[in-house]
Design a protein around this ligand. Structure first.
Ligand code: GLV
Length: 303
């Protein structure tokens, strides 16, 4: 088995010794491929257009947690997404930061501070914050556990509705009830046909007055104009976004200068190169053993 890695130089440098130690074949960059028939695995963020060049390809490994950037792969080629504890922990940390910032009124204090204005507002206890997490996969569950340990009142909304300790889980059909009890809405959903445009005017209207949005899913899930109207109407209090559509968000976009919106440039997490290499090695071993690939994506479902 041979893995072709297409990635930034830091990743290439990190993967080389790990593959060497593991005794697995690694080719870095398409230019270095001498025998396309030898390539069984491809690790990349986005694959090259000509995948037909690799007829023995068994799996494409997304080097990130998401796979919405991937095209539909040729029949018989599996798709996996990188499972790495570092990704879960980094997104959790970003979500904790955003939740605390919005719960403790940071957008308002940043604005006041820019005017050198000392004006306190009543602080809130964590337990007074009803957090609602959309998407209870690995990352959502990790964030839910930490938020609930801080004392937040945590609920989640997931397709499966599978129970989770210390979290009130709402099933897919119960979205309206979930929204009605959520002051701090956290979106961690993958981008699929069902979630595209989900954060829209209808959804915002179902949140309680003064709710806030924390978005680390995908930009295409959020209708920014609907968010702006909800902010202007005072229905939404503030938002913190790590993802936008498009990325980068154009310099002239209104959200950059709106004090109610805080934007980070898609940095909630980045795959740690060593963890990514170990995930890829696990995928190669699973292919060899005929066992389930780690992070296997249902390409019909989109995650
Ligand atoms: C980042 O958004 C990723 O999918 O890893």
């Amino acid at each position: 088995m041979t893995l072709l890695l297409i990635g930034p130089p830091e990743r290439e440098q990190a993967w080389q010794p790990i593959f060497e130690n593991a005794g697995e074949a690694l080719i870095i960059g398409e230019d270095a491929v001498q025998d396309p028939l030898s390539i069984t695995h491809l690790a990349c963020w986005q694959p090259p257009a000509e995948l037909g060049r690799y007829p023995n390809l068994k799996a494409v490994i997304s080097t990130g947690a998401g796979v919405d950037q991937m095209p539909l792969l040729p029949p018989g080629v599996a798709l996996t997404r990188t499972l790495a504890p570092g990704i879960d922990a980094m997104v959790r940390d970003w979500v904790l930061m955003a939740t605390l910032m919005l719960h403790r009124d940071m957008p308002r204090y940043l604005e006041q501070s820019a005017r050198s204005e000392w004006r306190p507002h009543p602080p809130r206890l964590a337990r007074a914050g009803r957090v609602g997490i959309m998407g209870l996969g690995r990352i959502g569950r990790t964030a839910a556990a930490s938020l609930s340990s801080l004392g937040f009142d945590v609920a989640g909304w997931s397709r499966s509705g599978r129970p989770l300790e210390n979290v009130r889980v709402y099933a897919h059909a119960d979205l309206s009830a979930f929204l009605a009890r959520t002051d701090l809405l956290i979106c961690l959903l993958p981008l699929t046909d069902e979630t595209r445009g989900l954060l829209n005017a209808d959804l915002f209207a179902k949140l309680p007055e003064g709710a806030a949005l924390i978005h680390a899913g995908r930009g295409a899930q959020l209708d920014m104009e609907a968010m702006r109207h909800a902010l202007d109407a005072g229905h939404l209090r503030a938002a913190m976004l790590d993802v936008t559509e498009p990325e980068p968000l154009p310099q002239s976009h209104w959200a950059w200068t709106d004090p109610r919106v805080i934007i980070t440039p898609h940095v909630a997490a980045q795959t740690d190169a060593t963890e990514g290499a170990h995930h890829a090695l696990a995928a190669i071993r699973a292919t060899r053993d005929g066992s389930a690939l780690p992070g296997l994506v249902d390409q019909g479902r989109g995650y």
